[in-house]
Design a protein around this ligand. Sequence first.
Ligand code: PMT
Length: 220
Amino acid sequence: FEQGTLSGQQVCITAGPTREAIDPVRYISNHSSGKMGYALAEAAAEAGAKVTLISGPASLAPPPRVELVRVDSAQEMLDAAEKQLGNCDLFIAAAAVADYRPASVAEQKIKKNNEQMTIELVKNPDIVATVASHPQRPFTVGFAAETEKVIEHARGKLERKKLDLVIANDVAQPGIGFNSDENAVTVVSADDQQRIDQTSKHKLARTLVELIAQRLKPNN
Ligand code: PMT
């Protein structure tokens, strides 16, 4: 993309997994590495944006010129996102947020006294849907990580969460999606869909930033 594609824009990106505590030493999480979200943050910064990266636990170095906000749980990620809302023109949700968390966190390490145990889970807040329904709504882009009916489910998320764009990610395919260095996606909007073939997350992020910037401009 041309340098300056996103100059003057403030961009907030969520990345990585969240961790939902069970007790002081255990948690529920997923296989997100943060690579996709960090690559997007790097590409947006290279395109001239001021970038805040809200990241769950990931072992990646923050990209240059990107402000990193580290969080653990979905609730912390939501709090961090809401804090940014006043100064955010574009919000991209690449994080794999845990949909549920344990209903209560045990104060002490749970002992293995029983043959079976049950953990009761309650629903986490939906961060990207909360952002998209805010009065000071930024242009809001979500991902959809799906293992079947990828486009259909992505369209469902576009409508239900009131998003401007959804990046549909088939996470059942080997070599792309969670934790791999490459990805392939379909960018879904209300009136269109566009396939981007498998490539490095780094290159894909640059293509996505270009596509998003084209959509962002008419609104400004
Ligand atoms: O991190 P990597 O290893 O590089 O892997 C990249 C990725 C596969 C994690 C990424 O490309 C991706 O698809 N991210 C979204 C993962 C996900 O959890 O998708 P979902 O279909 O469950 O959620 C839909 C959208 O809602 C996502 O934008 C998600 O960030 C958001 N969400 C979901 C639940 C929730 N409580 N709050 C949210 O904001």
